[in-house]
Design a protein around this ligand. Structure first.
Ligand code: SAM
Length: 181
């Protein structure tokens, strides 16, 4: 599946940590990249540093224009999934989204907000999806959505060309430091 996350409404300083976590969750749970509709090189650097050390292919692009991204995404045949507590319940729509996403010609753009999301996003999205109809967190909403979309398979994915790799263990910590290839 091709999945990219678009973060809207990022406020410099105030949202730094949450947006960094949006990037880390996106990468760890199977998305290929993060588009940030604000300029924040600090956030970009933090996520890119983690991606370099822990492997896999993950891009971060800051300063994007969200309206153009949505338009171009849909023009190219992709679908837009906007996470909002006002949307349709995840269980109601996840099967049709997964069916669309399993076709390689249909990349998925997942939109998460910070402050108030413009109504145009609700109108443009192919699905407005609620991870329950209660207010909570964009990080939690994103994680649950990505996990349901991929039926949990992303949790066992391998990240290629990692400098660091964890050896899973029930007790203690084991990390392998890889040699440069
Ligand atoms: N008040 C804002 C609005 O009117 O859009 C939302 C603020 S909320 C803290 C930030 C983001 O978290 C939302 O834009 C949405 O992406 C996500 N979010 C929060 N609760 C959610 C839920 N129950 N389902 C899906 N997404 C949720």
């Amino acid at each position: 599946m091709e999945i990219v996350v678009l973060r809207l409404g990022h406020r410099l300083e105030r949202d730094k940590r949450v947006t960094t976590h949006i990037g880390l969750v996106s990468r760890a749970l199977g998305a290929q990249g993060l588009l940030l509709a604000a300029e924040d090189k600090g956030v970009e650097r933090s996520i890119t540093r983690v991606a370099k050390r822990w492997g896999g292919e993950f891009f971060v692009k800051t300063g994007v224009r969200w309206r153009d991204e949505l338009r171009n995404w849909q023009k190219a045949g992709g679908k837009v999934c906007h996470l909002t507590m006002y949307g349709a319940n995840l269980h109601e729509v996840i099967d049709e989204i997964r069916e669309a996403a399993e076709d390689v010609r249909t990349p998925i753009l997942v939109v998460v907000g910070a402050e108030k999301v413009p109504f145009e996003v609700y109108e443009t999205a192919d699905w407005n999806i609620a991870i329950g109809n209660q207010p909570h967190s964009e990080i939690a909403a994103l994680a649950i959505f990505l996990d349901h979309l991929q039926r949990g398979q992303e949790l066992t994915a391998r990240f290629e060309h990692a400098e660091l790799e964890i050896v899973p263990s029930r007790r203690g910590k084991e990390v392998v430091v890889k040699e440069e290839e």
